[in-house]
Design a protein around this ligand. Structure first.
Ligand SMILES: *Cc1c(COP(=O)(O)O)cnc(C)c1O
Length: 400
């Protein structure tokens, strides 16, 4: 069975993890520092803070952005539930705005309409769906004009680059997001087992996230303000909990895998692109199937600045014309050894959101059309050429 996604872990990765296991330091320590520095450099960002998973990264980004009880946060329905849940964790009300019909990311047009009608939210969470960047230049212009913080959930887009008007920008390093989050779950493009990262150019955000990642505790004398702090003498045992934080730390064991995987990130992205190219060529003329497209605000790859980091390969299939339901198509593909998945069930339709925000009845036609026809087919760097051809043959057999 060819799964829809799978990690690639080599002997080199294992050796790096074993080295940490044999060292004195297993929890957050020097290897986390090394991972953070290497990751910040890869993104071209000032600060990277490693955490225990991508959801924790989003939660801390919300707190750093100052989102509170009663605030509003806008996000896309076409994402994993964590993008929205992080806003709910801090007591915000979550509003969903329809997607763009080309990129399947949050639509800047719909976001503009939403802000005009309801006012700007405290924060907007954009998601680089499947690895295609959300249209951050326009979204951030609308957001920042009224002080909305832009959080980019880049869990699908690690290492991606995109060109705008001939200039190249990196996911995590471009000027249009205030905070960018990543996940290193095994199904993502690079893995640490479980793990996540927040990237920002804002020093205050970075400091706050570091403190919240570890119980809200500060350890430097300059920052003490508690009644037991004695400023005239050194108290080597002393630390202060100044706000209610969490244990969201990543371990050095996980970070070792991250450092090692990061060295192969370019290979992972290249291998995924090769498979995407082969799929595009094989499926572009299938009548009932639509292949992924790149929105035209992004310079095409030929200009040398765009290199998307594809996480998913999502086909839109006209199931009603085909005369088979998605369940039948998935079952037939499975019988041919091909695993598939649906990304995503619209988050606003999840039971918890329906029950929590009963007054909200969004009409989101683009999301509805997308959800009706999307199907993710296998995409991961260790797919053999025969696997790719097997998927292509199976899809052609089942979908025409
Ligand atoms: C995977 C994912 C997350 C959550 O990451 P975890 O590491 O599993 O907590 C959040 N948002 C998106 C878009 C994701 O794909």
């Amino acid at each position: 069975m060819i799964p829809y996604g799978r990690q690639s872990v080599t002997e080199d990765d294992l050796a790096e993890v074993v080295k940490v296991l044999q060292s004195d330091w297993l929890t957050q320590g020097p290897t986390v520092d090394e991972f953070e520095s290497a990751f910040a450099e890869m993104c071209g960002a000032d600060h990277a803070i490693a955490v225990c998973n991508g959801t924790a990264a989003l939660h801390l980004a919300m707190l750093a952005a100052g989102v509170n009880e009663g605030d509003r946060v806008v996000t896309t329905p076409n994402t994993f539930v964590a993008s929205a849940n992080s806003a709910a964790y801090v007591g915000a009300r979550v509003d969903f705005v329809d997607i763009d019909p080309v990129s399947y990311c949050l639509s800047p047009d719909q976001f503009a309409i939403h802000c005009r009608e309801k006012g700007n939210p405290k924060a907007v969470v954009v998601v680089d769906f499947a690895g295609h960047p959300a249209e951050v230049p326009r979204i951030s212009e609308i957001a920042r004009s009224e002080g909305t913080v832009v959080i980019e959930d880049a869990c699908h887009a690690v290492g991606g680059r995109f060109g705008v008007n001939g200039r190249g920008f990196r996911v995590g390093g471009h000027p249009w997001a205030d905070l960018t989050t990543f996940s290193f779950h095994p199904v993502k493009t690079m893995t640490t087992g479980e793990g996540g990262m927040v990237v920002t150019n804002n020093r205050e955000y970075a400091d706050r996230i570091r403190i919240l990642r570890s119980h809200g505790i500060v350890r430097s004398k300059e920052e003490f303000r508690g009644e037991l702090a004695q400023y005239d003498e050194v108290q080597p045992w002393y630390y202060e909990m100044q706000e209610l934080g969490f244990n969201y730390r990543l371990s050095d064991i996980h970070a070792a895998l991250g450092v090692s995987q990061l060295k192969r990130l370019n290979d992972f992205i290249g291998k995924r692109q090769e498979i995407v190219d082969r799929y595009n060529q094989a499926f572009e003329n299938l009548p009932l199937v639509k292949i992924p497209r790149i929105a035209n605000w992004i310079d095409p790859g030929t200009k040398g600045v765009t290199r998307l980091s594809w996480h998913l390969y999502v086909l839109l299939i006209d199931f009603s014309q085909l005369g088979k339901s998605r369940t039948v198509v998935m079952t037939e593909l499975k019988e041919l050894g091909v695993g598939t998945q649906v990304h995503y069930i619209p988050v606003n339709s999840q039971v918890w959101y329906r029950e929590k925000f009963p007054s909200v009845r969004e009409t989101m036609p683009n999301m509805a059309n997308f959800y009706e026809s999307c199907l993710s087919i296998p995409l991961y760097p260790t797919m053999a050429a025969e696997d790719v051809e097997q998927v292509i043959d199976a899809v052609k057999r089942v979908c025409q």
